[in-house]
Design a protein around this ligand. Sequence first.
Ligand SMILES: [Zn+2]
Length: 186
Amino acid sequence: MFEQFGELLVEGTAYNVTEVDRMRRYITTHNNAAKREKWSRVAYEVTINEDMSIFSCECGQFEHTGMLCSHSLRVMEILHMEEIPKHHIMKRWMRDVRDVLPGHLVQYQKDSSQNLSFTCRHATLYVKAMEVVRMRDASVASYDHVNAALDAVLQSGAAIAEKRDGLAFEDRLVEHTPAIPEQMGN
Ligand SMILES: [Zn+2]
């Protein structure tokens, strides 16, 4: 599910956004609109409620599956929203996030992480990382180039990342997680 979220964001960057009504209505149009088959729909309208807590898209994906569609995500990105509205963060995602998190982050109680917000900082980096991974797959030369660059970032970034501001995805997870009493053998 988490990977799917990243894919949606990447997919979303393939859409151009036109403002119909500021902060209320937007039309997302696929970049490749002209190349697409006539029968496939290329434009979807996204409407936003008054306090910008609910995004509704014509495609209806969120209503049907509980997963935000790439159109709504794209509009959120365009509006520079800092966080994805709570309404759109499904508990299901949170459970699945636990499934893919590294072991040292996994010992959390069931509902503790539902208050967690996917920050845009996290999402933006995620999108870029996905793009880099795709680029890396293009050819051997591309793979070598990206790999070397990633190694360099890992090295230079380690020192900078030592100083934490508490807003990181991992830190917020921990913060929102009450300690779980150890289970004594029963
Ligand atoms: Zn949509």
